[in-house]
Design a protein around this ligand. Structure first.
Ligand code: NAD
Length: 264
């Protein structure tokens, strides 16, 4: 086949349901001919992830809590056994106590700061330590971030600080792994209504604000993110690493929006 991802094998981490950004990415990769494996957190999610994986022709669905080193080891041992080599990995995982995704950042607790950094930042590094060993012929890795890393957004709080660290970790890993032909990039997605996003205070208002103030005057979909992910995970982006690509209807370039009415 001459499909873009024919013969490529990749791991998708962070699929919770059909609203997940990971689902938009998985669909676009499968459409392009990629062979996929999925990891999920906790038995409760297995019931949701199994049928979605099957829909894309994947039988490889494995548990992994990225906060646990043994769980990560078990995931990559199982993958190494079935596949041997890995071409790409998608890290679509983040977590923070939703009680601290409202109110003031300055009130963040030490415990939730550590937990947020561990699950949302360090986990990508922990994944790459293991994925690297299976990418003998090079590879491409992708994580998900948000504009709250760069500028202050209401209620994003400790998650914004974590995403800033995640974006920095993308650059450090791009340098470390570049000599082995492994590329590491991020997509900074505009707001999308997912399970994780529902924990953020006033999320509906943030969606409306982005819809009205972004150059494209609409919110992005998981399809939009999936198409850009296909670019970053395929050979089309062979010269790109350490990059954060904004898939946000252009919101990040707006300093002040012009009034649409012509007579003001
Ligand atoms: P989602 O709820 O569908 O996905 C989040 C995933 O993280 C879930 O599958 C959950 O099981 C997983 N997860 C949490 N803790 C875990 C752990 N300890 N081990 C393994 N998995 C764990 O929501 P989403 O919006 O698709 O989130 C995916 C990524 O996209 C996150 O990093 C999020 O911060 C980022 N992002 C989301 C938006 C948005 O508006 N939805 C915007 C920009 C970036």
């Amino acid at each position: 086949s001459n499909a873009l991802m024919a013969g490529k094998r990749g791991l998708i981490m962070g699929l919770a349901n059909d609203k997940s950004i990971a689902w938009g990415i998985a669909r676009s990769l499968a459409d392009a001919g990629a062979e996929l494996a999925f990891s999920y957190q906790g038995e409760a999610l297995k019931r949701r992830v199994d049928p979605l994986a099957a829909q894309l022709g994947s039988q490889i669905v494995l548990p992994c809590d990225v906060g646990d080193e043994d769980s990560l080891d078990a995931l990559f041992a199982a993958l190494a056994e079935t596949w041997g080599e890995l071409d790409f990995v998608v890290h679509a995982i983040g977590f923070s106590d939703k009680n601290e995704l409202r109110g003031r950042y300055v009130d963040t607790s030490r415990g939730n700061f550590s937990l947020t950094m561990d699950i949302s930042v360090y986990s990508f590094t922990a994944v790459m330590q293991r994925a690297e060993k299976m990418m003998g012929e090079g590879g491409s890795a992708l994580t998900l971030t948000y504009y709250g890393a760069e500028q202050v957004m209401p209620h994003y709080n400790v998650m914004g600080v974590a995403k800033a660290a995640l974006e920095a970790s993308v650059k450090y890993m791009a340098e470390d792994l570049g000599k082995d032909g492994i590329r590491v990039n991020a997509i900074s997605a505009g707001p999308i209504k997912t399970l994780a996003a529902s924990g953020i205070g006033d999320f509906r208002y943030i969606m409306k604000w982005n819809e009205f103030n972004s150059p494209l005057r609409r919110n992005v979909t998981t399809d939009d993110v999936g198409k850009s992910a296909l670019y970053l995970l395929s050979d089309l982006s062979s010269g790109v690493t350490g990059e954060t690509l904004h898939v946000d209807s252009g919101y990040h370039i707006v300093g002040m929006k012009a009034v649409d009415a012509p007579d003001i």
